[in-house]
Design a protein around this ligand. Sequence first.
Ligand SMILES: *Cc1c(COP(=O)(O)O)cnc(C)c1O
Length: 212
Amino acid sequence: MERRKRLLELASEYDFLIIEDDPYSLILYEPIDVAPLKSMDAEGRVIYLSTFSKILSPGLRLGWVVADDSFTEKFVLAKQGMDLCTSPLLQYITYTALKRKVIQENLTKIRALYKTKRDKMLEALDTYFPEGCKWTMPIGGLFIFAWVPERVNTKELIQDCIKKYRIAYVPGQSFFVNGSGANTMRLNFSYPAMDEIEEGIKRLGQAIKEKL
Ligand SMILES: *Cc1c(COP(=O)(O)O)cnc(C)c1O
């Protein structure tokens, strides 16, 4: 919360805008005492984004923006030029899902389910990953971020993983602005079934050990 407040102060001091990309705050596994930047935005500097991709269905490609009209009017113009606006049918499906509380009820279910899966993956990482690895303990979202030993390049490792081990992850380098992170990976725990989580991490652990 302190960092968030400081960020808003800096935005004001140096006159910049903030894009708050927040697809995960509805999928939290532990309570946290943090408010969205947008809720503290006295100067209209925050452009808040979220999505139905993680709480209803990814294929809908439907999200929302909270920002001053001066921004959203421009977004609508630009988007209209790109795709003649978001499908009204998809918007209506989502509207109905909200009205019938499908999303709200689903959230309760997925929070419990994903938390169990997160814990399963954390346990598997402890068991199967070699010395010299570390990973995050996420309190929300769908991913664990992991660091493997420096000499393993995860962009190269993924080739073996796909062909030989039939598993996949997202190489982490793309998440670093300075091109570092060649030994990192993003692991998804929401999609695979419980037994696939264990088997997948076991194979991934083997693939890493092979490179050491
Ligand atoms: C899923 C996601 C989005 C939005 O996804 P769409 O399918 O394009 O709505 C945006 N930011 C992050 C960090 C995400 O994980």
